[in-house]
Design a protein around this ligand. Structure first.
Ligand SMILES: [Zn+2]
Length: 168
C-alpha cells in the first residue's frame, strides 16, 4: 500500500452511479459492485460513468474479512445485503485493519448499519443516514406477533411471512 493513516473512499454502486468523486483522496470499490453498476440496469448514464475511466480502483477483499461481515450480519439480524455489499464492507474493514481510514460512500441503510457496527465512517448520499445501530426484529404484519432477531421465515402463530422492523 502507498502509505498509511490516509483517508480512502470506498464506493458502493449508488456512489458510482451518482458520480461521487474526490480529487484529493483515493477511491476504491470491489469487482461485484462495479458489475452491479455495469449490469444492474440499462441506464445509459451508468455506461457513461464507467467509460469516463475516472472511476475507483477495483480491489478484491480477502476471505477472512468477508467472513467477519457475514458474522456481524447474523449478530445484528441484517439480511438485506447483496454479495457486492458484503464484499464492499469487507474491503473497508481490510483497509481499516491495514491502517487506512476508510470512508464508505453509500445511500444504503443496511450498508451504513453494518459499517457503523465496525466503527467505519460513512458518507451518506441522497438519504439522510442512520445515526445509531439498528437492530432488526421480526414481527408479523397480520397477527402482530413480535419475535427476536429477524431471520426471515414465517410467523409461528399464524404462518404469515414475517417482516422486520427496527427495535429502537
Ligand atoms: Zn402471525
Amino acid at each position: 500500500m502507498i502509505d498509511s493513516k490516509k483517508k480512502i473512499y470506498v464506493l458502493d454502486a449508488s456512489a458510482i452511479i451518482f458520480g461521487f468523486s474526490s480529487l484529493e483522496e483515493s477511491q476504491i470499490t470491489c469487482r461485484e459492485v462495479l458489475n452491479e453498476v455495469k449490469y444492474g440496469g440499462a441506464a445509459p448514464y451508468r455506461a457513461t460513468v464507467i467509460r469516463e475511466g475516472a472511476g475507483p480502483r477495483v480491489i478484491d477483499p480477502s476471505e477472512e474479512y468477508i467472513e467477519m461481515v457475514k458474522k456481524k450480519m447474523d449478530e445484528i439480524g441484517e439480511q438485506d445485503l447483496s454479495e457486492a455489499d458484503v464484499k464492499l464492507l469487507a474491503l473497508a474493514i481490510e483497509f481499516k485493519e491495514k491502517g487506512w481510514r476508510p470512508v464508505i460512500v453509500s445511500a444504503d441503510y443496511s450498508i451504513q448499519n453494518i459499517a457503523l457496527a465496525f466503527d467505519i465512517d460513512v458518507e451518506k448520499i441522497i438519504h439522510r443516514g442512520i445515526s445509531k445501530k439498528i437492530r432488526w426484529i421480526s414481527y408479523c404484519p397480520s397477527c402482530r406477533w413480535v419475535g427476536g432477531v429477524f431471520r426471515g421465515g414465517t410467523c409461528p402463530r399464524c404462518g404469515n411471512r414475517l417482516k422486520r422492523r427496527s427495535s429502537a
